[in-house]
Design a protein around this ligand. Structure first.
Ligand code: MLC
Ligand code: AMP
Length: 503
């Protein structure tokens, strides 16, 4: 059962929509192995399209519908789709473009051979999805996930989280990343449970529907939990119920059996306050687009605040030092992962694929230690160039390369700085081509408007043409020089620690 903005689809109605669409896709030229770009806001149509693509054995490529034109061009050139499903019409040469209106009005009959189900369609090893994810390089890479990868992850989560047919999930995560689309949406379909889908996360609608629909499951990124706490603590926030007493669990969320957090570190304080305020110990888990879900706190047994738990069923994890040796308990090492859910290749990028595996292990780039009981604690990432903001992975290099295209910019360094709501916020240090005469300090924070007047360029307008909004720096510093180490490389660690930056 799927609920969305007052409409409901039973399992049968859901399947009929999927089948109708797979017929429609097929007539538009989609075949096994061809790519179908899904550029839609959260909606039932996005889910129907993904499953229609699965039925045809094609590769679904979900992308952020609010991405910039440049980002969209990059993905479209990379995947060469045969179909783009979007909100509105696009002039894209020979690529078929199915708009939402076309989508709703297509009532064509189905070819009978396409009457296949999720598991009975393409062979389990065939590619199901291509997700674009940022790395340490400027452009995001396409992660090719097979049906086998996805089913391995979903089966592991079914066991670990006791996912059942009578569960009802409130789904507010964006459906263009694995957290929303694979873990939450496909997880629900795999278990035959219900979805209450929201277009996007809104605190009050979330609190309302958790109660109104009697939801049993909720999955979110730490920002969402932080905002739920703020709403809970604020009197007169428009909620139906009294403001929650900090020391008393809020009874109206009783139908929920599991709150899950992932995609970014959940601060131990958020875990503690949430437990006091709502009476639930959030279960934190760790994963990655390339590996799907890896570590999880236990469903039964204590959930340790600040820990991402232990390996999920069917997943092998080890911690490795710089000389590729496994570290002792308590010591820090890079997380390496092996298992059926781990992807096999980046799209058209054999060099990146080769570089990210070692003897069959995928090297995550995340750094952690294990306590005496075997629970993992993430301490950071190997690369300072990866930023996690709102649970989105962002490449500092990508933003730097865009800013460097401005003629007024000589050098630039982008870093992630801790932030209560976002997890990390994006901070840019900009060194202009021309020294600014009336300035004596070497590192001055300025708003975007002031930066534009100093640089005499439409910085923000330019960023909009190139990057989705969540990748735009939220703070700018004008500098005369960037700190460099003995090798001449910009020392981002020093920038992150600058007294002007730390709030
Ligand atoms: C958004 N913004 C816009 C805009 N839409 N600005 C102009 N025009 C528009 N149309 C702005 C927002 O105001 C905000 O700016 C910024 O863009 C970020 O947008 P947003 O993400 O929509 O922000 P917000 O609405 O505040 O929502 C926060 C959020 C959301 C946490 C609800 O970001 C979210 O759903 N995040 C989930 C990410 C996720 O699913 N990650 C999983 C990756 S998979 P400003 O200036 O206020 O910053 C993964 C693997 C794993 O990591 O382990 O799961
Ligand atoms: P993505 O590439 O968007 O799939 O993001 C994956 C990355 O998110 C991981 O490599 C981690 O850096 C981060 N991540 C996911 N879950 C957690 C978590 N629970 N705690 C800390 N970091 C996390």
């Amino acid at each position: 059962m799927l609920h969305f903005e007052g409409e409901t689809w039973t399992q049968g109605a859901f399947l009929r929509e999927v089948q109708r669409l797979s017929g429609c896709f097929s007539r538009l030229g989609v075949t096994a192995g061809s790519r179908v770009v899904l550029m839609l806001e959260n909606s039932p149509e996005l889910l129907f399209s993904a499953f229609a693509s699965h039925q045809l054995g094609s590769i679904a490529v979900p992308i952020n519908p609010r991405c910039s034109v440049a980002e969209m061009d990059y993905v479209i050139n990379d995947v060469e789709p045969s179909l783009i499903v979007s909100e509105g019409p696009m002039a894209l040469g020979r690529i078929a473009n199915l708009t939402r209106d076309g989508f709703r009005s297509d009532r064509g009959d189905l070819p009978s051979e396409q009457d296949r189900r999720f598991t009975g369609g393409p062979a389990a090893g065939d590619a199901a999805f291509l997700f674009y994810t940022s790395g340490t390089t400027s452009h995001p890479k396409g992660v090719l996930l097979s049906h086998r990868n996805i089913l391995a992850c979903l089966e592991s989560l079914r066991q670990a989280w006791h996912w059942q047919e009578n569960d009802r999930l409130l789904l507010v995560l964006p459906l263009f990343h694995v957290h929303g689309l694979i873990v939450a949406a496909h997880g629900s379909v795999w278990n035959g449970s219900e979805i209450v889908l929201h277009r996007k996360f809104d605190v009050e609608e979330t609190l309302r529907d958790l109660q109104q629909y009697g939801c049993t499951l909720f999955m979110g990124v730490p920002t969402m939990y932080q905002r739920l706490l703020e709403a809970g603590a604020t009197a007169g926030s428009g909620l139906r119920h009294q403001p929650f007493a900090a020391e008393q669990p809020h009874a109206s969320l009783d139908s929920i059996r599991l709150f899950v957090s992932g995609s970014a570190p959940l601060p131990a304080s958020t875990h503690g306050t949430f437990k006091r305020m709502f009476g639930h110990a959030i279960l934190e888990r760790y994963g990655m687009t390339e590996t799907l879900m890896v570590l999880s706190n236990p469903y039964d047994g204590p959930r340790k605040a600040g820990s991402v738990g232990v390996p999920l069923p069917g997943v092998e994890v080890c911690l490795v030092d710089d000389s590729r040796q496994q570290v002792e308990k308590g010591d820090i090492g890079e997380i390496w992962v092996r298992g059926k859910a781990v992807f096999h290749q980046y799209w058209k990028n054999p060099n990146a694929t080769r570089a990210s595996f070692d003897q069959g292990w995928f090297k995550t780039g995340d750094v952690a230690y294990q306590d005496e009981e075997g629970h993992f604690f993430i301490v950071g990432r190997k690369s300072v160039d990866i930023i996690k903001c709102y649970g989105f992975k962002i490449s500092a290099r990508e933003i730097e390369d865009v800013l460097l295209e401005l003629p007024s910019v000589a050098e630039v360094a982008v870093v992630g700085v801790p932030h209560t709501d976002k997890g990390e916020e994006i901070v840019a240090f900009v060194m202009p081509q021309q020294r600014v005469r009336d300035r004596t300090e070497t590192c001055v924070e300025m708003g975007a408007a002031q930066l534009e007047s100093v640089l005499r360029e439409d910085v923000i307008g330019f960023l909009h043409t190139r990057l989705a909004h969540y990748k735009h720096p939220s703070r700018y510093f004008l500098v005369d020089a960037l700190p460099r180490n003995t090798m001449g490389k910009v020392s981002k660690i020093d920038l992150k620690k600058r007294k002007e930056v730390v709030r």
